[in-house]
Design a binder for this molecule. Structure first.
Ligand code: TYD
Length: 143
């Protein structure tokens, strides 16, 4: 089955920010803020300086990435176009569709990367080889 991969689907999402002198609060809800129901939440932390995470694509998974604390860069590659985001606010998220190559880098000290995923952890859903991703993405419709 062909799907459309469009770099414009990869967007920064502004989450609600409830300002309060006792401390601010943000939240994320389906379907108001994200286009999928989440089945899994995981987080990446204690990343040593200079390390990169997440160099892979998913065949079917959708994700939302948030810098709950600190900052890091998210790079999204559709196989044809690349989009980069610097996440450094806990009320900003990046929506990552399936069949894009996503990489996380430039983690600040004590940064906390929270990821909401549309499915359970499925090893077979991963594409870990960039050349394989390029081939697979090229047979998908690019719009
Ligand atoms: P991986 O997704 O490769 O991490 P990254 O995106 O940072 O490269 O996962 C690293 C390891 O953690 C891998 O052995 C699988 C395991 N893992 C789980 O068991 N469950 C999960 O939900 C995730 C995301 C990873």
């Amino acid at each position: 089955m062909k799907i459309s991969i469009n770099i414009d689907q990869v967007q920064e999402i502004d989450l609600p920010k409830i300002l309060d002198e006792r401390g601010n609060l943000s939240f994320i809800e389906y379907p108001s803020h994200i286009p999928f129901e989440m089945k899994r939440v995981y987080w990446i932390y204690d990343v040593p300086g200079g390390e990169n995470r997440g160099g892979h694509a998913y065949k079917n998974l959708y994700e939302v990435i948030i810098a709950i604390s600190g900052s890091f860069d998210v790079e999204i590659d559709t196989g044809k176009e690349v989009k980069k985001f610097k996440l450094n606010r806990s009320y900003k998220a990046v929506f990552v569709p399936k069949m894009v190559w996503r990489s996380l880098s430039n983690f600040s000290t004590n940064s906390l990367c929270l990821i909401l995923a549309s499915d359970e952890y499925l090893t077979d859903d991963y594409i870990r080889d960039y050349e394989e991703f390029k081939i697979l993405s090229s047979i998908f419709t690019q719009v």
